[in-house]
Design a protein around this ligand. Structure first.
Ligand code: SF4
Ligand code: SF4
Length: 166
């Protein structure tokens, strides 16, 4: 099995934070630019601090962004990036979040899909989708490290290769 490991790089597209309004809740302000908050998906209390450069201009209580968005997400900057104003004091859920776990390439080195969530394939490649349904979805997920090995090995047998962002 040839496995390529790679570092996950967030492109600041903002998509994952745009549905977090119902999970990231502020319970109170505890200082200038400092809050107590709760992340509902990881059930953790955390104490975000607005980064210095945004403290004078940003308040989560006075934001203009949609209510579905996380209260700490700014609207796109001039380069189209969505900045989190508490990047230095994130809850562990956000610190550890990767929007995909694996990327899959075919034998011509062309990107054909990625694995998100636990074992969800996102791909437009019909052959890969069929193989995923016929073979990979039958692999037990009880032991995820075994699942990962079996998934990679099954894909490699069909000429795909996998980049692992774990
Ligand atoms: S983690 Fe992924 S979805 Fe979320 S902002 Fe970064 S690139 Fe976008
Ligand atoms: S705290 Fe930051 S990284 Fe986490 S959901 Fe909100 S904007 Fe995104």
């Amino acid at each position: 099995m040839i496995l390529i490991m790679a570092e996950f790089i967030c492109t600041l597209c903002g998509r994952c934070c745009m549905g977090m309004g119902k999970y990231v809740k502020i319970s109170g302000q505890i200082g200038q630019g400092r809050y107590a908050a709760h992340h509902g998906l990881s059930n953790e209390t955390f104490y975000p601090s607005i980064m210095r450069e945004y403290r004078d201009t940003f308040s989560p209580y006075d934001r203009k962004t949609p209510k579905e968005w996380c209260p700490f997400l700014l609207d796109a900057d001039e380069s189209g990036k969505y900045i989190c104003v508490i990047h230095d004091s994130l809850p562990s859920f956000c610190r550890n979040f990767k929007c995909y776990l694996f990327k899959i390439y075919n034998s011509d080195n062309i990107y054909v899909g990625e694995v998100k969530g636990k074992t969800t394939l996102i791909s437009n490649d019909e052959i890969l989708n069929k193989m995923w349904n016929d073979e990979i979805s039958n692999i037990s997920t009880e032991n995820m490290s075994l699942w990962r090995k079996s998934m990679i090995s099954a894909l490699e047998k069909k000429g795909y290769f996998v980049v692992d962002y774990e």
